[in-house]
Design a protein around this ligand. Structure first.
Ligand code: ZN
Length: 347
C-alpha cells in the first residue's frame, strides 16, 4: 500500500454515510426518524447539490451530531478508515471548533469550550495501531463574527502540538463585504507564526485575488488557471500549492464534469505550480483518496507521472510533515527494489 498525505479534509465531511447512519439509529437521534432506511440516507447525503452554499447545509446537519461527547467515536472511525483503506500516513483535518461546542451555552462559554474540542480530537486521534500523523487546521468561518474568528486564531497558536494552521471556510459569497477584515485576520495569524490556507477560487464567484498574498496554500484555487491564469506566475513565486478536490466540484455544482480539470493540471504544470490532490469530504462524497487518484487516471485527466508529482507535492507542502522526503522514498529499503533516496529531517 503506498503511503499518502491528505491536506484538505473536513471533519464534518469525513464520516462515511454508513457509520453516520448507524450512529444516528444506535443513539436514537431525532434525525434517525427522517431516515429509517440506509439507502435513502446515502442518497440524501451523496447526491449533487446546486451550489456550494446548499452543499454546506449538509455540514450544518452533521455539526449538530458531532459534539464534544460524540467526537471520540467519529475520530476513531475516521483514523482507522483513513489508515487502513486509504493508506494515509499524514492527515490535516480541518474544522471550525466553535460549531462543535455546546449550542445551549452562552457565546463566551462556547469560545472557551473550543479548546476542549481541539484537545478531544487530538487525544482521540492517538491510536497506536493506526499510526498516522494527524494535525488539525482550525477554520475561521465566513458566517462567524470577527471576534470569534480571532479567538480561533489565538487558540490555534496556543495548541501547536496538534494544530498546524488556520483556514477560512464557509460560503464564499459572504467574503465580498469582509475582505479587509479577513486580510487583517490572516496577517494576525502569520504574526503568531501560524501557517495559513483559505478556500479561494473554488467557485466561479470565489475569486478574491486580494487574499492570495496572505496564504501559504490555496484551498481549491481551480478557477485561477480557468479564469485568471495570469496569476499563476505569482503563485509559483510565492511557492503556493493548490489543494484540488475533484469530486467536490461535481457535488457542489461548481463543475459539470471533471473534464475541465485537465486544463487546471496542464496550466499548473506549465507554470510550475504544485497541486495536491485531496478529498474535501470523502464521507459525504463516498469517494476516498485513492479513488480520487484513480478517477483522474481513468478519465485520462492526468497520467501517472503527474499523479506522482502531486503525491510528492502533498508531502512537500504539508504543514507538519517532519521529513524532507515522502515516506515511500524509503520503501525500496523494505522491498529490496531500486535504491532508496536519503531520508532526512526537515531543516
Ligand atoms: Zn474545503
Amino acid at each position: 500500500m503506498p503511503l499518502h498525505a491528505e491536506l484538505h479534509r473536513h471533519l464534518g465531511g469525513s464520516i462515511v454515510p454508513r457509520i453516520f447512519w448507524r450512529f444516528l439509529h444506535r443513539q436514537g437521534h431525532p434525525l434517525a426518524l427522517d431516515f429509517p432506511d440506509y439507502d435513502d440516507f446515502e442518497d440524501f447525503v451523496t447526491r449533487p447539490r446546486n451550489s456550494l452554499s446548499e452543499f454546506l447545509e449538509l455540514h450544518t446537519m452533521i455539526e449538530q451530531v458531532q459534539t464534544i461527547r460524540t467526537l471520540p467515536y467519529f475520530i476513531t472511525k475516521l483514523v482507522r478508515g483513513a489508515y487502513v483503506f486509504e493508506g494515509l500516513v499524514y492527515l490535516e483535518l480541518r474544522h471550525t471548533p466553535y460549531y462543535r461546542t455546546d449550542h445551549q451555552r452562552e457565546e463566551a462559554e462556547r469560545i472557551l469550550q473550543m479548546r476542549e474540542v481541539v484537545r478531544v480530537i487530538r487525544d482521540a486521534a492517538n491510536l497506536p495501531d493506526y499510526p498516522l500523523r494527524l494535525r488539525q487546521i482550525l477554520c475561521m468561518h465566513s458566517r462567524l463574527p470577527n471576534h470569534i474568528n480571532r479567538a480561533i486564531i489565538e487558540l490555534a497558536a496556543r495548541e501547536r502540538d496538534t494544530v498546524c494552521a488556520v483556514d477560512l471556510a464557509g460560503p464564499d459569497v459572504l467574503y465580498q463585504e469582509r475582505i479587509p477584515e479577513f486580510i487583517e485576520l490572516f496577517q494576525y495569524a502569520r504574526l503568531l507564526g501560524l501557517k495559513t490556507t483559505c478556500h479561494l477560487f473554488e467557485t466561479a464567484n470565489g475569486a478574491y485575488p486580494e487574499l492570495l498574498p496572505y496564504v501559504d496554500r490555496i484551498g481549491h484555487g481551480i478557477h485561477i488557471p480557468l479564469q485568471m491564469p495570469e496569476l499563476l506566475p505569482q503563485i509559483r513565486d510565492r511557492g503556493q500549492c493548490l489543494e484540488v478536490c475533484p469530486t467536490s466540484y461535481l457535488k457542489t455544482g461548481t463543475l459539470q464534469s471533471l473534464e475541465s480539470l485537465r486544463r487546471v493540471f496542464v496550466e499548473c504544470e506549465k507554470a510550475n505550480v504544485d497541486i495536491a490532490i485531496c478529498t474535501d469530504n470523502p464521507g459525504l462524497h463516498n469517494v476516498r483518496l485513492p479513488f480520487e487518484y484513480e478517477n483522474l487516471l481513468s478519465l485520462d485527466i492526468i497520467d501517472f507521472h503527474m499523479l506522482r508529482r502531486c503525491q510528492n507535492a502533498a508531502f512537500r507542502h504539508a504543514f507538519a510533515w517532519p521529513h524532507r522526503e515522502p515516506p515511500d522514498n524509503i520503501l525500496p529499503l523494505l522491498t529490496g527494489s531500486g535504491s532508496p533516496a536519503p531520508f532526512t529531517e526537515r531543516g
